[in-house]
Design a protein around this ligand. Structure first.
Ligand SMILES: Nc1ncnc2c1ncn2[C@@H]1O[C@H](COP(=O)(O)O)[C@@H](O)[C@H]1OP(=O)(O)O
Ligand SMILES: [Mg+2]
Ligand SMILES: [Mg+2]
Ligand SMILES: [Mg+2]
Length: 336
């Protein structure tokens, strides 16, 4: 089964909508086709790079940031690579991304390792210099105006999972006029699972655009996309919920308590990163609980892509009070 709204079909849809657009602009909804295609290409390449780096990762190359969280060569290299790819196609776009070049500008060897890593997946005529890599990383810190097109990027989401050899993802979302329009999650270690005929394969890309739907495909340029839907389980007794692997990121005690009140019988699925959103979006789990420590402010890049994928798959993402999340106020998520 191929998705009615797959990327290929969108092309025809977009051109017929163009004629329609001339008649009534207010009824025309963009399908963000070019953005999705470029972003999927970027994440295919980035997943290839991160998989390579996860296999040969050495703990010495891991740095601890000021908030005590880890960062590796992969986080820097993937951020530079994705921004390079998106900027080539959309040179005027802005970025809010997790990492910057501060640590690299102080450490020649680390910078060289990062540049080598990025160049290992680029063609000979596209090779970047150390200074270009630093500049690309720092494009992630550009402040946006309210209507600017801004990409929100987490180059390695779930760095702790990545370092453990477990689940992680590369998360990219496009913010425009205050709302998330496109979301893509590259999940190199997540099985395609329920997607025939590729069910034995590992590694998938979830993607969604506003009003177009949510899809999953294998990590390959031009691979076929399959529509996904959230679970239709309505009785909590049959529901499965997922939560962070790391108890320091989300209280396991609180989610267990809430699950008991709801009457959920199944044990939780613990997993790092926004892969959890992908698993809920394709109906393998029904709920994602997240209860960070008091005072922790959630970053936009940690939820933007996952949120639109859930919404387009028919689900809902809110804060603990049922309020919709606002991704348009800078680095941190605000309540609407
Ligand atoms: N103290 C913290 N509490 C909650 N989330 C955190 C904390 N520190 C880092 N994170 C971020 O939470 C996400 C991981 O959540 P989970 O445990 O559900 O996988 C990651 O985006 C991680 O950032 P990072 O992108 O640096 O890994
Ligand atoms: Mg981090
Ligand atoms: Mg993250
Ligand atoms: Mg990260």
């Amino acid at each position: 089964m191929k998705g009615k709204d797959s990327l290929q079909n969108d092309e025809e849809e977009a051109s017929s909508s163009m004629a329609f657009n001339k008649l009534d602009k207010s009824l025309y909804a963009p399908s963000w086709l070019a953005e999705r295609q470029v972003a999927i290409c970027a994440l295919c390449l980035a997943c290839k790079l991160s998989s390579k780096l996860q296999k040969r990762l050495v703990q010495e190359s891991v740095i601890t940031k000021s908030d005590n969280s880890p960062v590796s060569i992969a986080d820097f290299a993937v951020q530079a690579l994705v921004i390079h790819w998106i900027t080539r196609a959309f040179p005027n776009d802005h970025f809010i991304a997790e990492e910057d070049s501060t640590a690299l500008r102080k450490d020649e060897k680390l910078l060289k390792d990062v540049t080598d890593a990025v160049n290992s997946v680029l063609s000979i005529d596209e090779q970047l210099t150390d200074s270009e890599v630093c500049d690309l990383l720092d494009l992630g810190n550009r402040h946006m105006g309210t209507n600017e097109r801004t990409w929100l990027l987490d180059p390695i989401d779930g760095t702790k999972g990545f370092l453990r050899g477990d689940q992680y993802c590369i998360a990219l979302a496009l913010l425009k006029d205050g709302a998330i329009r496109v979301g893509i999650l590259g999940c190199p270690n997540l099985p395609l699972a329920s997607v025939p005929p590729n069910s034995h394969k590992v590694g998938c890309i979830f993607h969604a655009a506003q009003g177009v739907g949510a899809f999953v495909q294998e990590i390959e340029r031009g691979a076929e996309s399959y529509p996904i839907r959230v679970s239709d389980v309505s009785d909590p007794a049959w529901a499965t919920f997922c939560e962070s692997w790391e108890p320091g990121h989300s209280s396991h005690e609180l989610s267990l308590e809430i699950a008991k009140i709801l009457g959920v019988n199944n044990p939780s699925v613990r997993m790092d990163s926004q892969c959890k959103y992908g698993v809920v979006a394709r109906g393998e789990a029904s709920i994602y609980f997240r209860f960070p420590k008091e005072g922790y402010q959630e970053n936009v890049w940690d939820h933007a892509a996952g949120s639109i994928i859930i919404r387009e798959a028919g689900g809902m993402v809110t804060d603990g009070f049922g309020q919709v999340l606002d991704f348009s106020k800078g680095h941190y998520i605000m309540q609407c």
